[in-house]
Design a protein around this ligand. Structure first.
Ligand SMILES: [Zn+2]
Length: 323
């Protein structure tokens, strides 16, 4: 186990740019044990954003995302039935979002990881669509390229992608990981066509799982890899600040934060390993149970994930200073 402390950096609320926040949670890297540090989740008194402060410096990226990180190896061989069920469900969700896209649509997956969603679009979507991804992690990009996908390596705000070019962008479980959410949204706004949409999916802090487990073990903290965690209010405020129009804000069912909240609680209680292992992304029983629970909560508008469909204004000035 690593014992050296991480280099940390102090930040403000990325939505309000103020430092008026109260601590809501404290915890450690329960899942990967990449360090022994204890982290603090702060909640902005104004917009409700929950953010890690202090958080690991960007230079610690490779340490906090170890080789066995699940976004890099969510493979069919390792995850069997869970992979199959999740693929089917996600394919349905993502195709639903693409329903109105033209035949020549250009789609960008920002934070595409190993290309999970792009592969689904390639398999089930229209063959005439152009699919591209962006990811900062070389290992993830290599995996996506091995599946024949076109992926740009780097931060979208630093890549020189063509402006006004994409019909749709997706950011699934990405915004909570990025260093500067506003810069990322601005960069996406720039490359979207006027009227184009961006779909953001992220952990929901207005959820019941957050309420139960926020003191320490909430799965959505994913200490220390989730730097900004949103609710409807903070996500709306950030999107509007960036220049997007809100087309729709809703929640989406997911068992993952329930399962990991329990997993983390059991780790902290030093429960036997075989029992802890019942609560992972490989455990079909607990994933099914908590999917059912979250379906019920979703009906009350309190699903575990938040989904924002944002639109670039159709009269967006294409000659603005951002170029
Ligand atoms: Zn704030």
């Amino acid at each position: 186990m690593e014992s050296k402390q991480l280099d940390l950096t102090h930040v403000k609320c990325c939505v309000c740019e103020t430092d008026d926040a109260i601590p809501v949670g404290v915890g450690q890297d329960f899942e990967y044990r990449t360090s022994d540090d204890t982290f603090l989740a702060m909640q902005c008194s104004s917009c409700g954003l929950v953010y890690l402060n202090p958080r690991p410096a960007v230079s610690e990226f490779e340490r906090i995302y170890p080789e066995n990180y699940h976004a890099f190896d969510f493979s069919e061989s390792d995850f069997g039935l869970v992979h199959k069920v999740r693929s089917r469900l996600e394919a349905k969700r993502v195709l639903e979002l693409c329903r109105d896209l033209p035949d020549d649509a250009r789609i960008l997956d920002v934070g595409c990881g190993d290309g999970f969603h792009l592969k689904l679009l390639k398999k089930y979507g229209k063959a005439s669509w152009t699919l591209e991804g962006v990811d900062v992690d070389k290992r993830a990009v290599e995996m996506a390229e091995r599946s024949g996908l076109k992926v740009h390596l780097g931060n979208i705000e630093e890549l020189d992608l063509p402006k006004n070019s994409y019909d749709m962008a997706i950011m699934f479980q990405t915004i909570e990981h990025v260093e500067k959410p506003e810069k990322v949204l601005s960069a996406v706004l720039r490359v979207l066509k006027p009227g184009g949409k961006l779909v953001v999916v992220t952990d929901n802090t207005d959820s019941l799982d957050f309420k139960f487990f926020k003191g320490s073990y909430w799965g959505g903290y994913h200490f220390p890899r989730h730097w900004n965690l949103f609710n409807r209010k903070s996500l709306k405020k950030l999107a509007e600040k960036t220049g997007f129009e809100i087309a729709r804000l809703s929640t989406v069912v997911s068992p993952v934060n329930w399962v990991y909240s329990i997993h983390n609680s059991l780790v902290a209680l030093a429960a036997p390993r075989f029992f802890i292992d019942r609560f992972t992304l490989k455990s079909t029983v607990s994933l099914s149970v908590f999917t059912s629970l979250d379906i019920a909560l979703q009906k009350l508008g309190r699903g575990a994930l938040l989904r924002a469909i944002l639109q670039k204004p159709s009269k967006f000035l294409t000659t603005d200073a951002r170029g």
